[in-house]
Write a protein that binds this ligand. Structure first.
Ligand SMILES: Nc1ncnc2c1ncn2[C@@H]1O[C@H](COP(=O)(O)OP(=O)(O)OP(=O)(O)O)[C@@H](O)[C@H]1O
Ligand SMILES: [Mg+2]
Length: 450
């Protein structure tokens, strides 16, 4: 089995060494750490099973090596060619396998073989078995089964993998963001994903909201579905591949797979930025469109912290926005929410370069007066310089009914007034014209919710 490998090597030899390590079958490079702090942070997060460190890495000492070894990481030491003092020092610190930084491929392969043969079979790792962290139970339980969603709920990853056509190029990542105040991010994300999903155009809907994930509930997928927590853990361990993702993102309607969010908001620390990057990269290698629901907050104050390895609560949203090909911005159609939307757009432009499609949800006369659509458009033209806004009509009865049944509007209330705007949004971010809606939703079992 190929082990996930981290490097923390001084620049002079880093690239050459990483290339050779990358071609070795024994390991695969999951992170090239520019410094010791990042290496220790990655190891503490459970990323990597092998670490390559160079003797002249700034700050490297016996305590750092001990910390790596205590985490069960196999350490390969490298030193400048001829630097005998460096070699001795590494060995004194407890690094058993040491090679010159310009070692050739066979020498490196032999060193890796020696290293992996040294691991203690009682403590060594299957990726999911070592150091069970908070997400371990999901990985263990991840059998692809979901809750109330019957027919499409149990997925054989390999089998369904065959049914998924991999996009020739990378699929698009559409991030749905909106400011504080629950403007309807999740409603829009779920329903836009549903409109885009077809058997031959599969979509993954990923819930990366670190403040209040709710896609599982809206779509009646059991709370304990492994979802993004297990995907993040697999990414941390360098094991997130196509089969794992398919297992963790069950199909809830034909063509629509769901990666449910963190089951509890206080577990946000498990969703680190690098894991989000890996998850979205894997999703976009698998399906033509990935729709992502993220939390409202875009502040990155934690960056000011001296602890560079500290997790950032908004890191998931920021990483998703950085990876986005399109951002769908959702505001709500009342005066307070519109002001937040205007401010939010400014903030957003600082964190993403992706094109923005702006939607105003819950458009209704009660909140802004007669002819609410024109008023909303007028306000956004005046205060945000926006000429192009998609309006989604208020339709509480339909949205409520769909959530109650754990279904999408397309399934539960295909004639909903809110669906018109949602389909327009889907058409814009999906890069294709959608077929006209059928009059009726697909017939599926009715699912009562309490
Ligand atoms: N077009 C609509 N018409 C009527 N009600 C709607 C509409 N869109 C959303 N809602 C309702 O507004 C509420 C908030 O929606 P939603 O959960 O989608 O917002 P959010 O921005 O994801 O909120 P959160 O801050 O919880 O993540 C829900 O009760 C939902 O049913
Ligand atoms: Mg939400």
């Amino acid at each position: 089995m190929s082990l996930p490998l981290l490097t923390a090597v001084t620049p002079q030899y880093e690239a050459g060494l990483t290339t050779k390590l990358g071609t070795s079958g024994a390991v695969h490079v999951v992170r090239r750490c520019p410094d010791l702090a990042e290496l220790l942070g990655a190891v503490a997060a459970g990323i990597g099973r092998v670490a390559v460190v160079s003797a002249d890495l700034r700050g490297l000492d016996g305590a750092a090596i001990r910390e790596l070894l205590d985490h069960g990481v196999l350490v390969l030491g490298v030193h400048r060619p001829g630097d005998e003092a460096g070699e001795r020092m590494l060995r004194r610190w407890g690094v058993a396998v040491v090679v010159p930084a310009d070692a050739d491929q066979p020498t490196l392969d032999a060193a890796l073989a020696e290293l992996t043969s040294r691991q203690d079979p009682t403590t060594a790792p299957s990726a999911s078995a070592d150091k069970p962290g908070p997400g371990a139970e999901e990985t263990a339980d991840a059998d692809g089964s979901v809750g109330h969603r019957g027919a499409h709920a149990t997925v054989d990853p390999e089998e369904s993998g065959d049914a998924v056509s991999v996009p020739p190029d990378r699929g698009r990542v559409v991030v749905v963001w909106g400011p504080v105040g629950s403007p309807g991010r999740t409603t829009v994300a779920v329903n836009v994903a549903a409109e885009l999903a077809e058997v031959d155009t599969p979509v993954i809907l990923a819930d990366l909201d670190t403040y209040g994930a709710s896609v599982a509930q809206v779509l009646a997928v059991l709370d304990e579905a492994p979802g993004v927590a297990a995907a993040a853990r697999a990414a941390d361990q360098g094991n997130l591949d196509r089969a794992t993702l398919l297992r963790l993102a069950p199909e809830v309607t034909p063509g629509l797979r769901v990666l449910t969010g963190m089951p509890r908001p206080d577990r946000w620390t498990e969703l680190r930025e690098h894991a989000v990057q890996d998850i979205l990269a894997e999703c976009s290698a698998l399906v033509p469109v990935t729709v992502v629901d993220v939390g409202f907050c875009l502040e990155s104050d934690e960056e000011l912290s001296f602890d560079t390895t500290a997790p950032r609560r908004n890191g998931a949203a920021l990483a998703a926005l950085e990876a986005a090909d399109d951002v769908l911005v959702v505001g709500s159609a009342d005066p307070v929410a519109l002001q937040r939307l205007v401010r939010g757009l400014d903030q957003l432009r600082e964190v993403t370069e992706a094109p923005l499609t702006v939607a105003v949800n819950r458009v209704r006369p009660g909140a802004v007066g007669k002819d609410p659509g024109s008023r909303v458009r007028g306000a956004l033209r005046r205060f945000a310089g926006l000429d192009d806004v998609v309006l989604v009509t208020e339709d509480q009865a339909s949205v409520d009914a769909a959530v109650l049944e754990g279904r999408t509007l397309r399934e539960a209330r295909p004639g909903s007034a809110a669906r018109t705007g949602i389909r327009e949004l889907a058409g814009r971010v999906g890069g294709r014209t959608l077929a006209p809606p059928r009059g009726r939703g697909r017939t599926r079992r009715a699912t009562a919710r309490v």
